[in-house]
Design a protein around this ligand. Structure first.
Ligand SMILES: NC(=O)c1ccc[n+]([C@@H]2O[C@H](COP(=O)([O-])OP(=O)(O)OC[C@H]3O[C@@H](n4cnc5c(N)ncnc54)[C@H](O)[C@@H]3O)[C@@H](O)[C@H]2O)c1
Length: 418
């Protein structure tokens, strides 16, 4: 029987059905699961995972246990747990500590329960697990062979640890695999962020001024999808190259100072802090909607919003109205936490298929490989290409392959203008 703390174990049948639905749309991960079932590459491996507890994560957990692993799981965000999924995982023997609406204290309690599990491998989404092991639970370090990191912000934090000479075990940067960020961050975040905004507010996007802060992989995915829904997209950036890309894609580009006056909806996707703050809120239109899809809830300054307002109330689930001193009202979605996970279901299963296929294969790689340097490592090209190949196959798409002559040509320098 698993050790667990979830909202309600009786939700397990509903969670089971959700995991089954996700699994139907995750053919690559299923193939890996079938192989793991036969080969058992993770026998006697204890895995500690800190991930959004979604139906897709449910499929990943079952892939790892099929490979023989003993897994403990907690949530990587206090608002992203799907309670029925947590119940279904607990019932099937995963040690899980997660429920929607954890306080910060409860969040870290859950994380420490996962560390109590004495993991050999860590899976992180945002680097809170690795950070806690390195700062407060150093005794766990001697057992950990390696880890993986799912998101941009986590990779950034881990690289900072590496630069400071603090990182004590190797981490595979799953986020940076082509078959992860080009699809998950772009199409996954693009679609599910709109999904979260629409589910929370049910507003019409057509004709609205839709401000996106950050034209990275998430921001550009969102920009193209919002444009497709008829919104007038405005981009704010700090990187000149990315700003130029946005200009040449036909989006309006301007500083947040100017965009503040125009926006009907604001979405942050930067991985940075205080991107939307007091001076911007003071200029916003009455009724403006604020949402975040970056990893942490620091991109919109909630202390500034609280400081400017005379009262607040919840108008519907995931929509909080702040009344400002001058009578204007601003609406914050999902407490400024990732709106796609807190107000919707996170990324579609089809993209998580690729992200989590990378996770499963990287964990197998870490287990099989000799000791690696305590650095942030790239996902091996072979894994990335394997995931793309399997995905194309599952989608029934064929591509060409190089002839021998073409291979030789591409490696040569002698042939030039003819
Ligand atoms: N919601 C989700 O499910 C989900 C999925 C993947 C990634 N993420 C998170 O989303 C965030 C963005 O990820 P990404 O992969 O797009 O990163 P990225 O590095 O590709 O893009 C971030 C962009 O924000 C820009 N930026 C930084 N500070 C800014 C500021 N003050 N104003 C305007 N622009 C600014 C950067 O120049 C960069 O172009 C990260 O926190 C990441 O962890 C969330």
């Amino acid at each position: 029987m698993a050790d667990f703390k979830v909202k309600d174990i009786n939700l397990a049948p509903e969670g089971e059905s959700l995991i089954h639905w996700a699994s139907k749309h995750m053919p690559v991960l299923n193939q890996i699961k079938d192989r793991f079932q036969e080969e058992k590459p993770l026998t006697e491996v204890r895995i500690g995972a800190c991930l959004h507890v979604t139906k897709e994560t449910g499929v990943l957990m079952r892939t790892l246990t099929a490979g023989g692993a003993d897994v403990a799981l907690c949530a990587s965000n206090p608002l992203s747990t799907q309670d029925p999924v947590a119940a279904a995982l607990a019932e099937k023997g995963i040690d899980i500590y997660a429920w929607r609406g954890e306080t910060t204290e409860e969040y870290y309690w859950c994380l420490n329960k996962v560390i109590d599990h004495k993991p050999h491998i860590t899976i992180d989404d945002g680097a809170d697990l690795v950070g806690t092991i390195h700062s407060q639970r150093k005794e766990a370090l001697e057992r950990v062979k390696g880890g993986t990191e799912e998101t941009t912000t986590g990779v950034m934090r881990l690289r900072a640890m590496e630069r400071a000479g603090e990182l004590r075990y190797p981490i595979m940067a799953v986020n940076d695999a082509y078959t992860k960020y080009l699809f998950d961050n772009r199409y996954g975040t693009g679609q599910s962020t709109l999904d979260g905004i629409v589910r929370a507010t049910n507003i019409l996007l057509a004709g609205k001024n839709f401000v996106i802060c950050g034209y990275g992989w998430c921001g550009r995915g969102l920009a193209h999808r919002a444009k497709g829904m008829g919104a007038n997209v405005i981009i704010t950036e700090v990187d000149p190259t990315r700003a130029l890309e946005a200009v040449m894609e036909g989006f309006q580009v301007m500083p947040i100072r100017k965009a503040s006056e125009r926006g009907d909806i604001f979405v942050t996707a930067t991985g940075n802090l205080n991107v939307v703050r007091k001076e911007h809120m003071l200029k916003m239109k009455d009724g403006a909607i604020l949402a975040n899809t970056g990893h942490f809830n620091v991109e919109i300054s909630i202390p500034d919003l609280e400081g400017l307002s005379t009262s607040k109330r919840t108008v519907k689930p995931n929509v909080r109205e702040y009344s400002l001193q001058d009578g204007r009202r601003l609406y914050l979605l999902a407490d400024g936490r990732l709106v796609n996970l807190a107000a919707a279901e996170g990324h579609p299963s089809e993209v998580m298929d690729m992200s989590f296929a990378n996770q499963a294969l990287c964990i197998e790689y870490l287990v099989e490989k000799e000791e690696q340097a305590p650095k942030v490592h790239s996902v091996p090209q072979g894994i990335d290409q394997q995931v793309a190949t399997l995905k194309l196959k599952a989608m029934n798409r064929e591509i060409d392959s190089l002839t021998e002559e073409q291979k030789r040509y591409l490696k040569s320098w002698e042939a030039g203008t003819v």
